[in-house]
Ligand binder design. Structure first.
Ligand code: NAD
Ligand code: DAU
Length: 350
């Protein structure tokens, strides 16, 4: 495969995957397709945007004709599909866009791949990036396995589960070569500050309240985003066709313990008395239908493909906080919407 389409490459995880592939595989042409919603930001890719093997395509996966022409014009061999509406709270406010982008958008891409490849599937791959939320919510014990039955509970996770089913249906019906991975919560640089960790870092920096839903007892399993990107690389190249891989770092935290650790990490880097930011913690109304616990069993990935995370949580969190503190312009731009102007200025002049 030489022409690789990465959708959602201007987003949080997608930008890390694009950077890894552009730098690691100079012989590949990497096409980053993104419609640049509020969550997509080309500033995330400034360091590689002038690299010869990188190409940006501004397009919307909801546009079926455009997806057909993107596959044809660029002779796409492989796709890593990350573009999605990704925020659970937004899916509770407006579920419809989640169906349009996550379900219909995925089906548009599957159709474009099917028509372009036209039954000749040698060295072709449709890799779909999904989430652990499709498995629903765990009690106090147990882990999500690749074989855990789907039981999505939010509009977001239902749309992702539906897209996973379509990917498997195209494999079964049209024999399309596919792979799927389901990952736990990511954290790291370039994450839009509406998600828990960057939101709290930004609020600690500005002395604003840290909103904890409910009692803060819900549990998430956190993975450093660069480790997600290396797992995607490993699965894309060496994973078995037709298989699903769970990705996670055996790193469960209640939200309240996580936010307290984050406060202490920020305090240390800001030179504040350790723990002083914890006074900003504010308990607020719980998320509707809030899943209690996610925990991934990633042993298939670690044993079959020899993948393992590169950092532990304390190291990853410190790197993350340092990145946000050192990139205040990025944070200010995304919170003020200035980055939309960057696209116009940079790309309309080319
Ligand atoms: P994100 O919201 O940061 O980025 C999504 C990207 O998709 C943005 O660049 C956005 O502009 C683009 N996009 C949205 N709608 C589009 C459309 N209609 N056409 C073209 N582009 C569009 O999301 P993220 O957190 O980076 O997640 C990326 C993928 O990984 C998603 O599929 C998500 O479900 C999955 N995932 C995320 C996490 C996590 O913790 N963030 C964990 C597991 C899986
Ligand atoms: O598990 C993987 C999923 O992780 C991905 O599929 C999603 O795209 C990604 O957004 C993330 O979903 P979560 O809902 O778990 O992430 P979020 O950062 O929104 O919330 C993490 C936890 O923190 C969750 O239990 C809700 C809680 N929370 C969140 C926010 C934004 C708060 O208590 N307060 C907040 O202000």
């Amino acid at each position: 495969m030489t022409n690789i389409l990465i959708t959602g490459g201007a987003g949080f995880i997608g930008s890390h995957v694009v950077r890894l592939f552009v730098n690691k595989y100079p012989n590949y042409n990497i096409f980053n397709l993104d419609s640049l919603t509020y969550a997509g930001n080309l500033e995330n890719l400034r360091d590689i945007e002038d690299t010869d093997n990188y190409h940006f395509i501004k397009a919307d996966i909801r546009d079926s004709q455009k997806m057909l022409s993107v596959f044809k014009e660029n002779n796409i061999d492989g796709i890593i599909h990350l573009a999605a509406e990704s925020h659970v709270d937004r899916s509770i406010e407006n579920p419809t866009i989640f169906v349009e982008t996550n379900v219909l958008g995925t089906v548009n891409l599957l159709n474009a791949a099917r028509h372009h490849w036209n039954g000749k599937f040698d060295n072709k791959l449709f890799y779909h990036v999904s989430t652990d939320e499709v498995y629903g919510s765990l009690g106090e014990t147990g882990f999500f396995l690749e074989t855990t039955p789907y039981d999505p509970k939010s509009p977001y996770s239902s749309s992702k589960a539906s897209s996973d089913h379509f990917v498997r249906a195209y494999e079964n019906t049209y024999k399309m070569p596919v792979k799927i991975s389901n990952c736990s919560n990511n954290y790291g640089s370039f994450q839009f500050p509406e998600k828990l960790i960057p939101l709290c870092i930004n609020n600690i920096k500005n002395g604003k309240p840290l909103p904890i839903y409910g009692k803060g007892e819900n549990i998430r399993d956190w993975l450093f985003v660069e480790d997600h990107a290396t797992a995607i690389d490993e699965i894309f190249h060496n994973g078995k066709l037709g298989d699903t891989y769970n990705i996670g770092g055996l790193n469960e935290w209640t939200n309240i313990d996580l936010v307290k650790l984050l406060c202490n990490t920020c305090d240390e880097l800001l030179g504040n008395e350790i723990g002083s930011s914890q006074k900003l913690i504010t308990y607020v109304t719980d998320r509707a239908g809030h899943d209690m616990r996610y925990a991934i069993d990633a042993s298939k990935l670690t044993s079959e493909l020899n993948w393992k995370p590169s950092v532990n949580f304390e190291q990853g969190l410190k790197k993350t906080v340092e990145w946000y503190f050192n990139n205040t312009d990025w944070l200010e731009n995304v919170t003020s919407g200035n980055y939309l102007k960057y696209y116009e200025k940079h790309y309309n002049n080319r």
